[in-house]
Design a protein around this ligand. Structure first.
Ligand SMILES: [Zn+2]
Ligand SMILES: [Zn+2]
Length: 455
């Protein structure tokens, strides 16, 4: 039956029922009239109805519009080339989920979660200065006795102010109204000028991190693992920058002292102060392989060149240069729509264009200029198989000392390795090795190669 037909019949039935009701015969007709019983439109208890399943759609749970956190959003959503957000299914087609852009702001980190989940600060650990802690308790006890507020003092920690890893604390007595002043339970680094002095412990942590491969984030995790509230990451980063700058200056000064010592050693050996010395140098990249399997060019974004002196057995570092393509400041500017080019903008950390390859020759030249500037003349430069570093040193030395001769020497390790490889590849006469089979002769060829590499 069509909908229109059903409606028409239903209306007819209702009209008849109304008429019957008006006459006071409704209940009588319901029992006796066969015509009414045959009427399909009449309400019957528990009847599914005739049109519901075919006309009305099945009711579905509405899909809510969601705004996820950044981490979950990265897992769920994808951005189409046109910039639309969608949640793809297995075929890569947009799914039914409706996503808004993620919640911005700092994600809850391990340390923050740790702080939230800790039920009581009484169970936490603190890094405090022993002497200053004893002073706080003794002073508080003396003050409490002088004021004579109660006979049996019972002290607990009243207030706490966190300063990185360090703490300021005050005590109070639970049996009276006594409370002490705030005590700094750490030593400070003295300095001139206004502003709060840095806590020695926080600076010490940054100095230690400078000489370790972990970052502030990992350091916070380690501190949180000891049930100690970790310092705020932003404060650590600020201090890290200050310590980094100071370390840089300190290193430069220290290297200058070592270069002066070389001139001094020359004089003690009866030579002129600017007598030629020998150095070794090499460059290290932030990649295990110099070629990438997936893209053109070098597989590295940073290269560090180091030169050591061969004048003494101390082998001290006297030259250093780093080429860097990474710049977070520039990346941030570009991601926010500003047209900046690295290197060149303020506070840029890159010193090489992204398109340019990292160059050992350029690094050698920088180190050579630095050495020549401090009056050191180089005669022999020992490098690995790559001779461009020595070329750079020669170029720089020629500018300051036009008559000098800078020669490259191959280091024994790399030279031995290349001799071994060359011996393995060489085609010897069939009678050279006395082995019965080709395999045996190849073994003997390898032994010959390894003997050469040890010479
Ligand atoms: Zn008391
Ligand atoms: Zn930059």
């Amino acid at each position: 039956m069509s909908i229109i037909g059903w409606l028409h019949e239903n209306q007819t039935t209702m009209a008849r029922t109304k008429k019957a009701k008006n006459k006071g015969e409704f209940s009588k007709n319901c029992h006796k009239s066969k015509k009414i019983h045959k009427n399909k439109g009449q309400f019957k208890s528990g009847h599914e109805g005739y049109v519901r399943s075919s006309v009305l759609e099945e009711w579905k749970e509405p899909i809510p519009v969601q705004r996820l956190t950044s981490n979950i959003f990265k897992r769920v959503a994808k951005v189409s080339p046109s910039g639309l957000l969608y949640a793809p299914d297995a075929d890569g087609q947009p799914g039914p989920a409706k996503l808004l852009r993620p919640i911005t702001g700092v994600e809850t980190e391990t340390s923050t979660r740790y702080l939230e989940e800790t039920d009581s600060i009484d169970n936490e650990m603190r890094l405090i200065n022993n002497r200053k802690n004893a002073e706080m308790w003794n002073n508080s006890l003396r003050e409490h006795t002088e004021r004579a507020q109660c006979d049996q003092p019972h002290f607990i920690i009243d207030r706490e102010i966190k300063k990185g890893l360090c703490w300021k604390q005050s005590l109070k007595c639970t049996n009276c109204l006594y409370s002490s002043q705030l005590y700094k339970l750490y030593t400070e680094i003295m300095r001139d000028g206004p502003g709060a002095k840095a806590a020695a412990c926080n600076v010490g942590l940054q100095v230690g991190l400078q000489d370790s491969p972990i970052s502030n984030t990992k350091a916070r995790m380690l501190i949180a693992s000891t049930n100690t509230p970790p310092p705020a990451l932003s404060a650590m980063q600020r201090l890290s920058n200050a310590v980094g700058t100071a370390t840089n200056i300190l290193n430069t000064d220290d290297m200058l002292t070592r270069k002066r010592e070389i001139c001094e050693t020359n004089k003690l050996r009866g030579l002129s102060a600017d007598a030629a010395i020998n150095i070794s140098m090499d460059v290290r990249y932030n990649s295990t392989t110099i070629a990438s399997s997936s893209k053109m060019g070098q597989n590295a974004s940073q290269a560090i060149g180091v030169a050591i002196e061969n004048q003494t057995d101390l082998k001290q570092i006297i030259g250093f240069h780093m080429e860097n393509k990474l710049c977070w400041v520039g990346s941030w500017f570009r991601n926010n729509g500003f047209e900046v080019q690295c290197p060149g903008h303020p506070e840029c950390t890159a010193n090489v264009n992204d398109e340019e390859p990292l160059s050992e020759k350029r690094i050698g030249e920088s180190i050579g200029e630095d050495l020549a500037h401090d009056g050191l003349l180089i005669q022999f430069v020992t490098t690995d198989g790559d001779a461009r570093g020595a070329d750079g040193i020669r170029t720089a030395m020629k500018r300051k000392f036009p008559d000098c001769t800078v020669e490259r020497q191959a280091d024994t390790t790399h030279l031995g390795q290349s001799q071994f490889r060359q011996t393995i590849r060489a085609n010897f006469d069939a009678t050279m090795f006395p082995g019965q089979s080709a395999e045996r002769r190849k073994e003997q060829q390898k032994i010959l190669g390894s003997t050469y590499s040890l010479i």
